[in-house]
Design a binder for this molecule. Structure first.
Ligand SMILES: Cc1cc2nc3c(=O)[nH]c(=O)nc-3n(C[C@H](O)[C@H](O)[C@H](O)COP(=O)(O)OP(=O)(O)OC[C@H]3O[C@@H](n4cnc5c(N)ncnc54)[C@H](O)[C@@H]3O)c2cc1C
Length: 460
């Protein structure tokens, strides 16, 4: 008789933990299959450090085959779930298609960039949800400083040295905090080398949010620390402000200000992976509805958790757990326990977790943290944050620590490799984890993005 097959779709925080816990529980008694477009687990919280050149990209990419024993990895992006015949279909990285039957299905497909219906944003902004976008941003920042140094046109140089981040949640705040330090360091290198960058030219960073404070979803004390560090560093924090329109020359804010820029970084949040809607099961704001056992109602063989699932928050009745790595990791372990229980191994248990606090990486030796609700800032918070990330990373710890050490004593490596193009990381993408191999066609035929670019043709 063939072994029972448990298929996990998505190897992020939740899927990785689910696969690891299941392989340890079953020890070969069931076949555990993990379907993911990439062969690595991406540790998203350290992605801003990749875009700022502190960490090399592979440090935050933990090999699935190298760390998940007893788990069969299938490279592919699932594009269909047939609940009747218990099969999934997927497209592999070379465009081939495949299908897999399952006895239990665990959906952990995470989330993608959230778009707002603002004219020009889809064409001119880039998101920050995956490795290709982080690598694109790193190159883009270096290129802007290099091209600002090369031009005699003051207005162009100003625009190239202006960076606008929209969304002051933890992603936008960390991107702006790290980006400012990175571009300041690049500008300094150029001035020292006498490459043409005007002596008083300091990169200008703006962080916008419609909310009244940065980190609106977190403890107010973390907001105050982040605000102080950002403004002290020269980042213009504009709360209660949003974007009215984006054009190829810059952004029009809702207060009437027009900011000339080549860099619009969109961090307004995330929405669940569109695969959830495609499956056709009940959803809540795009998240698949599950019960407190992480099981889909009326489909006892289907489980879901992480960003893609609306998991009842038993600590706040009537609400769903927030989309955080902290919850996704624990839900991954809980779902594995409950899947095992469905085979008679142990008892199923409802998911319940009280938030343990948050850490926000502000670059350099700065951070804001509130472990167990104790507010911390400065180097102490930074040490707590780094210790937390090292403990949470399922691999590459020595390499990450080595990069941090090297960054403390050596100047940043400021070169652009140019491997990720603007058109290969469109903001509106169902798979931010992979760079698009060909320009993505826009739904609007007259859209300039259709020509393959989201920015000016001079860009790449
Ligand atoms: C820059 C950044 C910083 C963050 N910092 C923090 C932090 O400090 N603390 C914190 O708690 N949270 C943080 N988060 C949020 C946290 O990363 C997410 O909540 C967490 O990743 C959600 O886990 P998940 O497993 O649901 O999804 P993900 O980790 O996103 O994993 C989803 C996986 O599914 C795969 N996938 C998607 N679609 C398909 C498909 N169709 N077929 C197959 N595979 C698919 C993806 O490739 C991916 O591997 C941060 C997020 C970002 C973007």
């Amino acid at each position: 008789m063939s072994r029972s097959r448990i298929v996990i779709v998505g190897a992020g925080f939740a899927g990785y933990q689910a696969a690891r816990t299941l392989s340890r529980r079953f020890r070969g008694a069931a076949e555990i299959v993990l379907v993911n477009p990439n062969d690595y687990f991406l540790y998203l919280p350290l992605l801003p450090e990749v875009s700022a050149g502190v960490l090399e990209p592979r440090r935050v990419s933990v090999s699935l085959a190298g760390t998940l024993r007893g788990v069969r990895l299938v490279l592919g992006e699932v594009d269909g779930v047939d609940l009747e015949s218990r099969k999934i279909t997927y497209v592999d990285p070379e465009g081939g298609s495949g299908e897999l039957r399952y006895d239990r299905l665990v959906l952990t497909v995470g989330s993608v960039n959230k778009l707002l219906p603002i004219p020009g944003v889809a064409e001119h902004a880039h998101g920050f949800r995956g490795m290709p976008e982080a690598l694109y941003l790193r190159d883009h920042m270096a290129r802007q400083i290099e091209m600002a140094a090369a031009t005699d046109d003051e207005a162009e140089s100003d625009a190239r040295c202006t960076f606008v981040v929209v969304g002051a949640g933890y992603t936008g705040t960390e991107v702006a905090a790290h980006g400012k330090l990175f571009t300041d360091a690049l500008a300094k290198q150029h001035r020292r080398a006498g490459t043409g960058l005007r002596g008083d030219r300091v990169p200008r960073w703006m962080l916008l949010d419609i909310a009244p404070r940065v980190l609106p979803e977190l403890d107010e004390r973390l907001s105050k620390t982040a605000h102080r560090v950002l403004t002290g560093r020269g980042v213009e924090v504009r709360t209660g402000t949003s974007v009215k329109e984006a054009t190829k020359d810059g952004v029009l804010l809702d207060d009437g200000d027009f900011i000339r820029t080549e860099s619009l970084i969109w961090c307004v949040g995330v929405r669940p992976d569109p695969l959830v809607e495609d499956i056709g099961l009940p959803s809540e704001k795009g998240r698949l509805v599950v019960d407190e056992y992480l099981q889909v109602p009326d489909h006892p063989e289907v489980f879901a958790c992480g960003d893609a699932a609306a998991v009842p928050d038993l600590t706040r009745p009537g609400e769903y757990t927030p989309m955080t790595g902290q919850h996704a990791v624990r839900q991954g372990k809980a779902v594995a326990r409950n899947v095992a229980a469905s085979y008679g191994y142990g008892q199923r248990r409802p998911y319940k977790h009280h938030d343990l606090g948050f850490t926000v990486d502000l670059g350099g030796l700065q951070a804001a943290a509130n472990p167990l609700r104790i507010p911390l800032s400065g180097p102490v918070a930074n040490a707590v944050m780094r210790a937390y990330h090292l403990a949470a990373l399922p691999g590459n710890r020595v390499r990450v620590a080595a990069d941090w050490l090297l960054d403390a004593v050596l100047p940043r490596q400021a070169v652009q490799l140019g491997l990720v193009r603007s058109w290969s990381v469109p903001l509106e993408s169902a798979s931010p984890e992979t760079a698009h191999p060909v320009p993505v066609r826009s739904s609007k035929p007259s859209d300039p993005a259709e020509a393959g670019g989201t920015k000016k043709p001079t860009e790449e």
